[in-house]
Design a protein around this ligand. Structure first.
Ligand SMILES: CC1=C(CCC(=O)O)c2cc3nc(cc4[nH]c(cc5[nH]c(cc1n2)c(C)c5CCC(=O)O)c(CCC(=O)O)c4C)C(CCC(=O)O)=C3C
Ligand SMILES: [Fe+2]
Length: 384
């Protein structure tokens, strides 16, 4: 943390009076699975076959997604960390697709008297799904409050934290631990497969602010940001182990119809290609996910791991940040950084890699939706 930020850290996050942890949500039992999937896919045009298959992933884990428990842990860790550092900022939690629903949480926050809310989304990168869709969800919740006669609080979404050392650091430690778990004779030659959620190439091309958009399938801010994180982690791992581990950025959890192009290669195809090329082992590094979601437990730990076993390729999956103390501290820093910025004080943003700190307020045209809808916490927000 910079000295300037520390100097202004007198335990106050003013002008903010609360922090909202904004997440995806997941089912908590077999009866929740179908309604949850209906919430996720409403109007998204996902093939029926794919939905049946994804439902089976959840049923295979008793209908329980790990994501809610992960968020409860993060919530508890944030509250404890804030209390320990004298930061008097209540933390709430609301989801897009399952209880506690964002609108209910926002109503509770307004009733508790909160007027100025900092929002941490559990998605570290730019993309429609990870950024603008959350801003649309915020706008929907504020509109509902307004319709109920409750004055909507002001919401500010914290900047993307993909390149915060509190995000990359724990993942680097995770890769080192995963390498150590591989058999010694294949460890030094292990490849790193940095994995993230595949999205349609059209969405990737328009991710982030307009100047980052590309029309050539190069992936816009979404791909650039993931490549930045992969480079940072690969370099830190090389510095710590004294070995350059070859690495690639790959994708998982594709859901669209086959004729629509999505980001590739898929992790399973990649494992096959690496095996064919003689790679002795692979560490799968889920940099696209903040915690151990179903995508990590099923697509990597179950499906890709089975694929590797079939090939006879040793693999290990490294940890997500979850509620790692370094990440919790990063969230506190992000709140204090933005608060100081809002107070008009000088701040020094903390970041690693080559891209610099992400914008605080999404500009017009950032991660556009297929059909334009109101989105809060951006330059063109209909709310103050
Ligand atoms: C970029 C991205 C993230 C990472 C950023 C972030 O974290 O936000 C993410 C996270 C998540 N995605 C999740 C679950 C699902 N995503 C789906 C569908 C889709 N995801 C997409 C993208 C992303 N998704 C897209 C482009 C679709 C196609 C439909 C559409 O265009 O909207 C579907 C429908 C079935 C399927 O097709 O898989 C499900 C069930 C869960 C919860 C997991 C759990 O329960 O632990 C989490 C955290
Ligand atoms: Fe955005």
């Amino acid at each position: 943390m910079s000295d300037q930020l520390r100097a202004s850290d007198a335990g106050s996050a003013a002008p903010y009076d609360a922090l909202l942890l904004l997440s995806f949500g997941g089912p908590e039992g077999p009866d929740d699975v179908v309604p949850f999937l209906e919430n996720v896919t409403r109007g998204r045009g996902i093939p029926r076959e794919r939905l049946k298959e994804v439902g089976q992933h959840y049923f295979g884990f008793g209908g329980v997604s790990p994501i809610n428990e992960q968020n409860r842990r993060l919530l508890a860790a944030l509250r404890e960390d804030f209390a320990k550092h004298g930061l008097d900022l209540p933390v709430y939690w609301g989801n897009r697709n399952w209880a506690p629903y964002l609108t209910d949480t926002m109503r509770e926050m307004a009733r508790d008297g909160h007027r100025r809310i900092a929002v941490l989304a559990t998605s570290a990168y730019a993309s429609y799904s990870g950024c603008r869709q959350y801003r649309e969800n915020l706008a929907d919740a504020l509109a509902t409050l307004a319709a109920e006669g409750v004055e909507p609080p002001r919401v500010d979404k914290l900047r993307h934290y993909f390149n915060h050392p509190g995000f990359t650091g724990p993942m680097t430690e995770g890769v080192l631990a995963a390498l150590a778990a591989l058999p010694e004779d294949v460890r030094d030659g292990a490849h790193l497969a940095f994995s993230t959620h595949s999205i349609p190439t059209a969405a990737a091309d328009t991710s982030g602010p307009v100047p980052d958009h590309t029309a050539d399938g190069e992936g816009g801010a979404y791909v650039k940001q993931h490549l930045d994180v992969a480079r940072v982690i690969a370099a830190e791992v090389a510095a710590r182990t004294g070995r350059e581990h070859p690495w690639e950025l790959v994708y998982q959890s594709r859901s669209g119809a086959p004729h629509i192009p999505w980001l590739e290669p898929d992790i399973c195809d990649h494992l096959e290609a690496l095996h064919g090329a003689g790679a002795p082992a692979v560490v799968m590094v889920p940099i696209g996910f903040v915690s151990d979601h179903m995508e990590v437990l099923y697509d990597l730990d179950t499906e890709a791991t089975a694929k590797a076993a079939e090939l006879g390729l040793p693999v290990a999956r490294s940890a997500t940040v979850g509620a790692d103390p370094a990440f919790v501290e990063a969230v506190r820093e992000l709140v204090l950084e933005r608060a100081a910025e809002e107070r008009g004080e000088a701040t020094e943003a903390c970041w690693v890699g080559m891209l610099g700190p992400s914008h605080h307020v999404c500009p017009v045209g950032c991660c556009p939706a297929r059909a334009p809808r109101p989105a809060a916490a951006g330059v063109d927000s209909p709310y103050a």
